[in-house]
Write a protein that binds this ligand. Sequence first.
Ligand code: SAH
Length: 364
Amino acid sequence: MAITEKTNLMDLDRKGMEQFVQSLGHKPFHGRNLIKWIHKHGVTEFDAMTDLSLRLRETLKQQAEIRVPQVVTDQAASDGTHKYVLEVDSHNRIECVHIPEENRNTLCISSQVGCALECSFCSTARQGFNRNLTSGEIIGQLWTLIHGLGKPVSNVVMMGMGEPLANLDKVVSAMDIMQDTLCYSLSKHKITISTAGIVPALKRLDGLSDICLAVSLHAPTNALRDQLVPINQKYPLEQLIPACKDFIEGDKRRKVTWEYVMLDGVNDSDQQARQLIRLLAGVPSKLNLIPFNPFPGSSYHCSSPERIERFRQILMKAGIFAMTRKTRGEDIDAACGQLVGKVRDKSRRALPVTAPNPWLEGRV
Ligand code: SAH
């Protein structure tokens, strides 16, 4: 007998759910009830979905499943941040981070297992790239936090492992579920996608979604950005900056958030602050200065607090709002650039170090 794969309903947004239910010979509106059970009420047992007919429930049991990521570990930092390792299949684990603050609860989620972009200061890059997450695995992180663990989430940032714009369709579908009033009802102002700058995908996203945009800039010139964020060699600043400007155009309240990791002696001089001001002239912007989070084997150092403050002041005086990002979850390696999860099948590249890398051994 052939093994038939059940459809994982976590992968379906509202339209997909309606189409699926219709393909089973039922009225599409039942898809709306179904998606509500799953995402608003957190129910995964078909028998508990009492407003679906018995016949539909029986068909669903045969044809479908609701498969959510499994929590492998939950580490709490001293500041209340939690880092979760989630298993998405028997070979792949990802990390997501819950950051409680006074007036909001942010969930930082992953879009890929590993990352292929090789940014030189990021530990996720060290592990190589394994695969894209499905939309069910992306939204499954939010599902797990809210319904599995009972945590409040008011904001979602796609700033975990991976490059979201390299997995655009699945990310957009998951973001649609986040915003759907039958599901999580998150406003577009509470969802941020962070990208290293894949320009064609950013242009496509422009027509699909108007969530908040954060861009990992990290350097004011192509020469330096080529080294720090190698995707810049393909999509240099003269393509990236206008594409970001276009993305927010038409809405006066919107700004691009530029992420800028502060690397001692690399990108943190007064002159580089002034270059940044020139680069961003005419683009509604705010800057997030991120103190570099070191990891074993990294050759960079974080700029001193005085240097970061001086850099910030130069930007502020030029009218660019800049804030220094408070590092959260540092003591559990949950801070920016410290998420590594677990990748067994490295498909792309050898490590840039020759000695065994303890960072990759026994991490989770
Ligand atoms: N690939 C996407 C999503 C990752 S977001 C992107 O590049 O935007 C994670 C953010 O943390 C990015 O801005 C990334 O550049 C930054 N980051 C990576 N490594 C870091 C480190 N070691 N210290 C501080 N920030 C880091």
